[in-house]
Ligand binder design. Structure first.
Ligand code: NAP
Length: 287
C-alpha cells in the first residue's frame, strides 16, 4: 500500500512509545509533514523522534510525555495543541492496556486505568480534535479497539467491555460524520506480538491466550490499517484466519457462548455452580 494518501499530513499518535503506535509513527514518517507522539515514557519518545528524523529529516516531530489516565493533563495537552496551531489531520487513538484475570481479583488502579485510557481519553481527544477537522473541512480518525470488543470475554471482562465501547463509539461517530468529510475507522486486532501481553498479564509474563496461527505481525497490522483509512473503510480485523474464526464465533448464539464459558471454567477446576433460590441462604464461597 502506498502511504502517499497521508502526504504532508499532521498526525497525532497516542501510545507511540511501543508496539502498534510506534509502528504507525515509523510507517507514516516518510510521508507526513508533522507528527505528534504521546505516551508516558519520554525517553522512548525521544529515541523515536531521533529515529523518525533519520527516516525523514524534513519531518516535524513533537513529543509529549503524557499520562492519559490524568484528565487534567489531557485537557492541558489539548489546550497546548490548540494554541500551537497544529491542525491534526489524522488522529490515531491507539494507547490502551488490558488486564488478564478475574474481575473479582483485580486491582482497582488497573481497572480504572483501562477505563480512563481506553475509553475516557480516547473520547475526550476525539471531542477536542474534531472541531479543528470540521474547520479544515476534512480529517480521519483511527480508533484502536480489539477483537475482544465483539463479545464478552471472561478473564478480560473490563478490557473487552472497554473495547466494545470503542467499536460502538467509532461506528456511531462514523455515521454522524458521513457528510463532514471526516472518516472514522476502527481497528480490531487479534493477538499482535507487542508489550501489550506482559502489561495485561498480572504476573508480567509475555503470555498470549490465543494460538500463534491467529497472530499478525505489527508491521502488517499497521500497513492494513493505513490502507483501510486511505480507502475510508469502517472497520478492520487484520488477518484472514482471525476474520474467518470471528465470523463463525459471531454467528453462534449467546447461549452457546455461555456453555463454552462454563466449560472453560470447569476445565480450570472450578466446581459446578450451585445457586440457591434464596440468596439469603449463605453457602460456602467457591470464588
Ligand atoms: N497487542 C495486541 O495483541 C492487541 C490486540 C488487540 C488490541 N490491541 C490494542 O492496540 C493498542 C496498542 O497496543 P500495543 O499492542 O501496541 O500495546 P503496547 O506495546 O503495550 O503499547 C501500549 C501503548 O499505550 C501507551 N499507554 C498505556 N498507558 C498509557 C497512559 N496511561 N498514558 C499514555 N500512554 C499510555 C504505552 O505507553 P507508555 O507505557 O509509555 O505510557 C504504549 O505506548 C491498545 O489499544 C490495545 O488495546 C492490542
Amino acid at each position: 500500500m502506498s502511504t502517499s494518501y497521508f502526504a504532508g499530513c499532521t498526525v497525532l499518535v497516542t501510545g507511540a512509545s511501543a508496539g502498534i503506535g510506534r509502528e504507525f509513527a515509523r510507517q507514516l514518517a516518510p510521508v507526513v509533514g508533522s507528527i505528534i507522539l504521546v505516551a508516558r515514557r519520554a525517553e522512548r519518545l525521544e529515541a523515536l523522534e531521533l529515529e523518525l528524523k533519520v527516516i525523514n529529516p524534513d519531518l516535524e516531530v513533537f513529543y509529549r510525555a503524557l499520562d492519559l489516565r490524568k484528565h487534567d493533563d489531557v485537557v492541558r495537552f489539548c489546550n497546548w495543541l490548540e494554541e500551537s496551531g497544529l491542525a491534526v489531520d489524522l488522529l490515531i487513538n491507539n494507547a490502551g492496556l488490558g488486564d488478564r484475570g478475574r474481575f473479582i481479583d483485580s486491582d482497582w488502579d488497573k481497572v480504572n486505568a483501562m477505563l480512563r485510557v481506553n475509553i475516557e481519553a480516547l473520547t475526550y481527544l476525539t471531542y477536542r480534535i474534531l472541531p479543528s477537522m470540521r474547520k479544515s473541512g476534512c480529517g480521519a480518525i483511527l480508533n484502536v479497539s480489539s477483537v475482544a470488543g465483539f463479545l464478552p470475554v471472561p478473564s478480560l471482562a473490563v478490557y473487552a467491555a472497554s473495547k466494545a465501547y470503542v467499536t460502538s463509539f467509532s461506528e456511531a461517530l462514523r455515521a454522524e460524520l458521513r457528510s463532514s468529510n471526516i472518516s472514522v475507522t476502527v481497528l480490531c486486532p487479534g493477538p499482535v506480538p507487542t508489550e501489550f501481553h506482559s502489561v495485561a498479564d498480572r504476573s508480567g509474563t509475555d503470555r498470549q491466550t490465543l494460538p500463534d496461527f491467529v497472530t499478525v505481525p505489527v508491521q502488517r497490522v499497521v500497513q492494513e490499517s493505513l490502507a483501510s483509512v486511505a480507502r475510508d473503510r469502517p472497520r478492520l480485523v487484520p488477518g484472514i484466519v482471525l476474520r474467518t474464526i470471528l465470523t463463525l464465533v459471531l454467528f453462534a448464539p449467546m447461549f452457546i457462548k455461555r456453555l463454552v464459558y462454563d466449560l472453560q471454567l470447569r476445565r480450570e477446576g472450578a466446581p459446578r455452580a450451585n445457586l440457591r433460590r434464596n440468596l439469603g441462604a449463605k453457602m460456602p464461597s467457591h470464588i
